[in-house]
Design a protein around this ligand. Structure first.
Ligand SMILES: O=C(O)CCC(=O)C(=O)O
Ligand SMILES: [Fe+2]
Length: 217
């Protein structure tokens, strides 16, 4: 299976029920109903059971930058294998390039301020995070529940905001589509996004990030 991001975008574009988000600035797609309710609910239970405070790279000293909790979802679990299989079938990306699946949980008032999922080349933490497996390429995120209020994901450079909705997939290429002759494009700053504050209720998502090279922990 290829890691070339243009082939991922082409495959997503050819997927029934997938919507390409209309913008020339980034490759970004959404699909409603990607994960069925029983699987979403099982993943929520796992996240509730295994959560820990979230962390960030290139810490800018703002303790309120990412106030959510994270859960590392163990690869041997049936529910994790089920969602991984859905993602692999969808994207065609070799699962060896994937970081372990994570869940994120946002209680009322929690958020993840505007950030990029790629590690900033030349940034303080770049070498530590990217030496072995390279930078992040694609992000696949699934909203696991409906949130009473707040909790949208806002891409300010794209002028697009996505509301949480149980089972909805949102995925994007953190890099530019490759120019002709390139296999991968450079990082795309227009993918900056904000996991906005939950105003009422609790928000659960799963996040799956892929790398330039096979994941080596
Ligand atoms: O929760 C969201 O809406 C965004 C999450 C996110 O950006 C991340 O985990 O990197
Ligand atoms: Fe993110």
């Amino acid at each position: 299976m290829s890691m070339m991001s243009d082939s991922v975008a082409a495959r997503l574009a050819a997927t029934k029920a997938m919507q390409r988000v209309p913008t020339a600035k980034a490759e970004i797609f959404q699909q409603r109903g990607f994960v069925a309710k029983p699987l979403a609910e099982a993943l929520i239970a796992l996240i509730d059971a295994g959560r820990r405070p979230s962390t960030i790279a290139d810490d800018n000293g703002d303790a309120a930058f990412r106030t959510s909790e994270t859960c590392d979802l163990a690869a041997h679990l049936a529910e994790v294998q089920a969602i991984e299989a859905l993602l692999t079938t969808l994207s065609g990306i070799d699962p060896a390039y994937g970081e372990p699946l994570q869940g994120q949980r946002y209680a009322k008032g929690q958020e993840f301020k505007p950030h990029t999922d790629y590690f900033t080349p030349g940034g303080r933490d770049y070498d530590r995070y990217c030496a072995l497996s390279g930078n992040r390429t694609w992000t696949f995120m699934v909203y696991l529940n409906d949130v009473e209020a707040g909790g949208a994901t806002r891409f300010k450079a794209l002028d697009k905001t996505f509301q949480p909705e149980a089972g909805k997939l949102l995925c994007w290429n953190n890099r530019h589509a490759p120019a002709s002759g390139e296999t991968v494009g450079g990082v795309n700053p227009a993918t900056i996004h904000h996991g906005m504050k939950v105003r009422q209720g609790v928000k659960y998502v799963i996040t799956k990030w892929y790398r330039e090279r096979p994941w080596q922990g």
